[in-house]
Design a protein around this ligand. Structure first.
Ligand code: NAD
Ligand code: DAU
Length: 339
């Protein structure tokens, strides 16, 4: 089998490449990424030593370039991770989110259709459901909820999910969509909450907590997400959406305190800053469908996953130091001022 993994040099894409190389040993995995600010070829260092992996620098919005890659390989499966992914950046500059997440997905879908591939899997997000009230702890995101997006990021992701599903209904292309909760683990770019807090704590810098820190996210270890996508890709039903999450809701502030404790740093490093515009209150996935239909359950407990993630960032200082010393500094200053 031949798989195209887009966004392969990003956080989840690179973890997925390693998952596939391990779980589908005889198959060819082709990873593409335009190596945007969030894509890092070093994330694929070990994969590039494997003869079953090929990397190509390519942009999903470049129709000709992508067409040539489809011609060359004749893929059986496409898994589309490539996207602009950071909510804060989407508030600052929505245009690139629409171009990448909507137009890029449409270009891939047209190529998948033309080449008659076995299945197209669209990586979606739970953010398309909007948010849940903080106090309604017995309410969860189910697949049948109407979409109610808050940010340009989530709106562009909702559009790409719907486009993918429309290719199933209208053209009969085999499509599945997954909507996962917040991931954490190795190779996550330092603009995101957990790595940002970890790195700042290690550097004895302030930890910028938006609002009062009471917003809730539902955290899942990245390998559990990869395993769920692999299952849906091969065994999921055509035209279906599957939520992925492990009932691990936590207030942001509790994660910050846990990180400080693990690293032996004082809580005086916590700095409450201006809230994110349109900040979603609570995300919480109901994973009943994927559990009942495909038998999926997360394997990594948060207590273990967060410890190994902290260890990874402690052990891989070179990886993140190179990122935070580059153009990231300008982004940081724009977002957080002199904090
Ligand atoms: P990421 O930003 O680390 O990775 C995205 C990758 O896509 C980067 O390597 C980037 O360079 C690449 N990319 C961007 N534009 C591209 C283009 N035009 N052509 C080719 N490549 C391009 O983000 P991530 O967290 O790994 O997210 C991957 C996918 O998972 C996204 O679709 C995201 O919406 C979804 N998702 C993420 C989470 C999460 O918690 N991180 C949860 C649910 C869903
Ligand atoms: O739920 C899935 C989504 O999770 C994915 O679709 C997105 O790609 C991914 O970025 C993530 O979105 P969030 O907005 O939930 O993640 P982020 O890491 O940006 O923020 C997590 C929480 O932490 C959120 O409530 C905002 C808060 N936060 C974030 C940053 C960067 C802070 O308090 N301070 C910060 O500096």
């Amino acid at each position: 089998m031949k798989y195209l993994v887009t966004g392969a040099a990003g956080f989840i894409g690179s973890n997925f490449v390693y998952h596939m190389l391990e779980k589908h040993k005889g198959d060819l995995i082709v990873g593409i990424d335009n190596l945007s600010y969030a894509g890092n070829i070093k994330n694929l260092g070990e994969a590039e030593k494997n003869s079953n992996f090929i990397f190509r620098k390519a942009d999903i919005t470049d129709e000709k370039g992508m067409a040539a890659i489809f011609e060359e390989f004749g893929f059986d499966y496409v898994i589309n991770f490539a996207a602009q992914t950071h909510v804060d950046r989407s508030i600052d500059d929505p245009g690139i989110f629409v171009r990448t997440n909507v137009i890029g997905t449409q270009i891939l879908l047209d190529l998948a259709r033309k080449h008659n591939i076995k299945r197209f899997h669209q990586i979606g997000t739970d953010e398309v459901y909007g948010d849940l009230p903080l106090e309604a702890t017995d309410s969860f995101f189910v697949e049948t909820l109407p979409l109610k997006t808050s940010s340009p990021y989530s709106a562009s992701k909702a559009a790409s999910d719907l486009l993918a599903l429309s290719y199933n209904r209208t053209f009969g292309l085999s499509v599945t969509v997954s909507r996962c909760s917040n991931n954490y683990g190795p190779f996550q770019f330092p603009e995101k909450f957990i790595p940002l807090m970890l790195i700042n704590a290690m550097n004895d810098k302030h930890l910028p907590v938006y609002g009062d820190g009471m917003n809730v996210r539902d955290w899942l270890y990245v390998e559990d997400h990869c395993e769920a996508v692999d299952l849906i890709l091969h065994n999921g039903r055509d035209g279906e959406i599957y939520n992925i999450g492990g009932h691990n809701e936590m207030h942001n502030i509790d994660i910050v305190k846990l990180i400080l404790k693990e690293l032996g740093k004082p809580e005086s490093l916590i700095s409450y800053v201006k809230d994110r515009k349109g900040h979603d209150l609570r995300y919480a996935i109901d994973p009943t469908k994927i559990h009942n239909e495909l038998g999926w359950l997360p394997k990594t407990k948060f207590a273990d996953g967060i410890k190994s993630t902290i260890r990874w960032y402690v052990d891989n200082k070179e990886w993140w130091e190179e990122i935070v010393s580059g153009e990231f500094r300008e982004y940081y200053k724009k977002m957080y001022g002199d904090l």
